[in-house]
Design a protein around this ligand. Structure first.
Ligand code: HEC
Length: 145
């Protein structure tokens, strides 16, 4: 029956989506973000969500936006990453944060690529920061959390 199969696929969808939401802890992520504030702020225009420095780009809405998309003078390596069509998600962000310099080299397949972003995070902390960025980002209301 069509109704039944729709229900079944919705259930399957729910089961596959739930664990994703449980991955990072936004509260812990906000705490871990203290390591970033010397260089990064999170601000939606004039609405400052997390006060921070301007050495690095504004990270508002990072998850879901292409690399090097903020109003900021990026390194040629970061620009190249953005031009390659790379879009930040929780997974690649977590990989990047464990070794930003190595990640950019590997992803661009260019050993001479140099990003100025050098702050590392452990995988757990990075997943938490990703969850926090999503929770204060432009899509937070839509995802209903
Ligand atoms: C000492 C300064 C500094 C600190 C601390 C720092 N960053 Fe960065 N970050 C930068 C700079 C500079 C760039 C731009 C890199 C480039 O253009 O190569 C950057 C870029 C980034 C990008 C790419 C953004 C984009 O628009 O594509 C991410 C993601 C990022 N940082 C995350 C973090 C997180 C998360 C933390 C905290 C754990 C952190 N950074 C801590 C300086 C810093």
């Amino acid at each position: 029956m069509p109704v039944r199969s729709t229900f079944a696929s919705l259930m399957a969808l729910a089961l596959t989506t739930l664990p994703l939401h449980a991955e990072g802890d936004p509260e812990a992520g906000e705490k871990a973000f203290k390591k970033c504030r010397a260089c990064h702020m999170v601000a939606d225009g004039d609405r400052v969500i997390f006060k921070g420095g301007k050495t690095g780009p504004n990270l508002y809405g990072l998850i879901g936006r292409p690399a090097a998309a903020a109003d900021y003078r990026y390194s040629p390596a970061m620009e190249a990453l953005g031009e390659s069509g790379f879009v930040w998600d929780a997974e690649n962000f977590t990989a990047f944060m464990q070794d930003p310099v190595g990640f950019v080299k590997t992803t661009l397949d260019d050993n001479s690529a140099r990003t100025r972003m050098m702050q590392k995070l452990k995988a757990d902390d990075a997943a938490d920061v990703a969850a926090w960025l999503v929770s204060v980002g432009p899509d937070a209301a839509e995802s209903g959390s």
